[in-house]
Design a protein around this ligand. Structure first.
Ligand code: NAD
Length: 256
């Protein structure tokens, strides 16, 4: 009974930013739970290592190359996904891709502000809008899972655009949920704490900051991409049907 509740057999999941890091952990869990996967990756990024890994698990996997900074490419994602899906439908959207740029506010370049807001927030909104419209107009149920951040809740240092974008991901998740949960679309976010990925790799050059951050994690160490398997499967599956507008913290109990 409970295994069935968490099963994603017959479900088609579209996920961005899953060629490495947290997204790779998520997509591995989704494939293990039986989902068919449509990986959205940057044209310049080769998805074959992850595709091979998921295929070995037994998943059906498709890829779509799209640059989330470019709104025309974002527009292509849903129609291409529907063409590739073996059921002709898509059931879950995971908006996980994200970038950051570090600079003091006084020196923050306009183009980096635009880039971070475009990838982390605007593309997420446009994808959610397209998928929501598709589910509503076809009388289908859907689930959206957005990757937020602890910086959705408190400001980071030297990452103004990232903090602004992730704060908005949190509030947008609630706004979408308010409009859509009554129409059968659950919208939730996953909130990573400090996770060992390329995004946090630079901290090794700043041992004081690394020690400070680690001292705030009661579990005693950074999280791993695999820590996201269970939470994403839960939020993608029928097990979470009565949950919407919520934030699932995956942060080792981080205390600010
Ligand atoms: P990562 O850099 O390893 O992965 C980011 C992914 O996004 C990659 O697959 C990359 O190719 C993709 N991506 C980036 N720009 C893109 C673009 N323009 N178009 C399409 N795809 C693009 O980082 P990660 O740590 O795995 O981050 C994943 C998510 O988790 C991000 O949204 C990030 O903000 C969030 N997050 C990470 C941490 C952490 O500690 N690592 C903490 C909080 C939130």
């Amino acid at each position: 009974m409970s295994a069935e509740l968490f099963s994603l057999k017959g479900k088609v999941v579209v996920i961005t930013g899953a060629t490495r890091g947290i997204g790779e952990g998520m997509v591995t869990g989704l494939a293990e739970a039986g989902a068919e996967i449509i990986l959205v990756h940057r044209g310049a990024t080769d998805p074959s290592r992850v595709v091979d890994k998921l295929t070995k698990i037994g998943a059906k996997v498709h890829t779509i190359a799209a640059e989330l900074e470019n709104s025309d490419e974002v527009k292509r994602i849903l129609p291409e996904a529907l063409k590739k899906s073996s059921t002709g439908k898509v059931d879950v959207l995971v908006n996980n891709a994200g970038i950051t740029h570090r600079d003091k506010v006084e020196d923050y370049p306009d183009e980096e502000w635009d880039r971070v807001i475009n990838v982390n927030l605007t593309s997420l909104f446009k994808l959610a809008r397209a998928f929501g419209k598709y589910w509503i107009s076809n009388n289908l149920k859907g689930k959206i899972i957005n990757t937020a951040s602890l910086y959705s809740f408190f400001g980071g240092l030297n990452v103004a655009a990232y903090t602004a974008s992730k704060g908005a991901v949190h509030s947008l998740t609630q706004a979408l949920s308010n409009e859509w949960v009554g129409k059968g679309i659950n919208v939730n976010s996953i909130v990573p704490g400090f996770i060992k990925t390329d995004m946090t790799d630079g901290l090794k050059n700043n041992p004081d900051r690394l020690n400070f951050v680690t001292s705030r994690i009661p579990v005693g160490e950074f999280g791993k991409p695999e820590d996201f398997k269970g939470p994403v499967v839960f939020l993608a599956s029928a097990a979470s049907d009565y949950i919407s507008g919520s934030s699932t913290f995956v942060d080792g109990g981080y205390t600010a």
